[in-house]
Design a binder for this molecule. Structure first.
Ligand code: ATP
Length: 256
């Protein structure tokens, strides 16, 4: 089976299920990346590719290394080994410079200004307010309300509206769903899918594996800081029970 990512499965030591040969140039890519919080890596020899128009899910149990990987992609953590490429060019730029290139990073913490109104949050986001309301009409009646008074789901819509209004070239979304009701999650994931359909390259870190695979084109599964499985989402959906048991269960977590 051919690998679209240019990452033979053997290179990562994992299982691969990719099938097509021709793909557009990666917008964001990591090659042989090892990264951590001191001299010892918590993510090892990782290869990952994000292309325009696709949603890529990054899956794994707590502590698998998902956030660490995303922070390296965002420019918040310097690689110990390996490299990050943005539009095919090696980069060590910090987040604010990658943001100038059209990268948006939604962290696990909701990034809204709690003391400010929804309207002011949208204004500070720099995107077009009408565009934000087009993406999330639910926010229109909430414009005068202080963001700290919104529900968790409404706050996350606000976060996503601010990120998506600029039509980001790359969106890195870490745990959008944290603590949210299933219907809200579905709403957010559809907005993320639409952003990719408009040409964005999206990386989605998600605990709700089945929901993530519904909107994703491809996925990587991390375990103990290594890719143990990668493939096309439609194929992974067909193996979901086995994947959950093997890579995403409490038993997997306990072996850490
Ligand atoms: P979760 O789903 O719980 O967010 P994760 O897959 O995103 O987990 P990471 O947050 O990347 O995992 O953590 C990977 C490893 O790095 C864990 O062992 C964690 O304890 C460690 N780690 C995370 N952040 C730090 C930090 N700031 N300093 C030191 N170690 C850290």
């Amino acid at each position: 089976m051919t690998n679209t990512s240019g990452n033979p499965a053997s290179r990562q030591g994992g299982d691969t299920l990719l099938s097509s040969d021709r793909a557009p140039q990666a917008r964001l890519e990591i090659r042989d990346l090892s990264v951590g919080y001191g001299p010892t890596p918590v993510v090892h020899d990782l290869n990952l590719v994000l292309r325009p128009g696709e949603v890529v899910a990054l899956l794994g149990v707590n502590g698998a290394g998902k956030t660490t990987t995303v922070r390296a992609l965002a420019g918040e953590l310097r690689p110990l080994r390996g490299e990050v490429l943005f539009d095919g060019r090696r980069t060590t730029a910090p987040l604010h410079r990658r943001a100038r290139g059209g990268l948006r990073y939604i962290t696990e913490e909701r990034s809204v200004f709690m003391e400010l109104s929804v309207a002011d949050n949208l204004r500070l986001g720099g995107g077009d307010r009408e565009r934000c309301l087009e993406l999330f009409p639910e926010l229109a009646p909430l414009l005068p309300r202080r963001a700290g008074l919104l529900s968790g789901g409404e706050q996350q819509m606000l976060t996503l509206a601010r990120a998506l209004a600029a039509d980001p070239r790359v969106l890195l979304a870490d745990e959008l769903s944290l603590g949210l009701a299933p219907l809200v999650l579905e709403r957010l994931l559809l907005a993320v899918r639409a952003a990719a359909d408009r040409g964005g390259a999206v990386l989605l870190v998600e605990q709700h594996v089945r929901d993530a695979l519904e909107v994703a084109d491809r996925a990587y599964v991390l375990s103990h800081g290594r890719v143990v499985l990668e493939g096309e989402a439609r194929e992974l959906r067909g193996r979901i029970g086995e994947i959950e048991r093997t890579y995403l269960s409490n038993a997997e977590l306990a072996t850490g």
